[in-house]
Ligand binder design. Structure first.
Ligand SMILES: [Zn+2]
Length: 143
């Protein structure tokens, strides 16, 4: 197992999707070997014209083995786990997504002994991005 020292949270910057959709964007759109994130947390809308489906709201969906380096934050992939919320940030995530994210962050921090101060948003590393659309450090401090 590689050493994990940080978690990095992202958003899909789309109103809909799931891990299979993002994998398609990364593999067929970007030409990557696999999806770049370790986890995707959908919001209940898996396709552009799909109705809201609670079965797809807030589930956690691991796609890539944690031992495999992801492709989600330049220069930070070797020692991080990438978690993507479907949505566009600024309060657009569902309560279930946030509940799932909270649980997942807790579990990962415990499993890999990552302190809460090492949970970041993508924009903390790339100031040109808004991803994930909220202040992750403040969110972590707030519980
Ligand atoms: Zn991102």
């Amino acid at each position: 197992m590689r050493q994990i020292t940080q978690l990095i949270i992202h958003c899909s910057a789309s109103a809909w999707g799931n891990a299979a959709v993002i994998r398609d964007w990364h593999v067929n759109g970007n030409g990557w070997d696999d999806i770049g994130y370790h986890y995707v947390i959908p919001n209940g809308r898996t396709a552009a014209r799909a109705d809201y489906d609670p079965a797809w709201d807030g589930i956690d969906h691991r796609r890539v083995a944690l031992s495999v380096e992801g492709a989600h934050a330049r220069g930070q992939n070797h020692d991080s786990i990438g978690i993507c919320l479907i949505g566009e940030g600024d309060g657009l995530f569902t309560p279930r997504q946030i509940t799932t994210l909270t649980g997942l962050v807790d579990v990962m921090c415990t499993a890999f002994q990552v302190p809460p101060t090492r949970v970041f948003g993508h924009r903390d590393y790339d100031r040109g991005k808004s991803c994930p659309g909220f202040d992750v450090a403040a969110w972590v401090r707030g519980g």
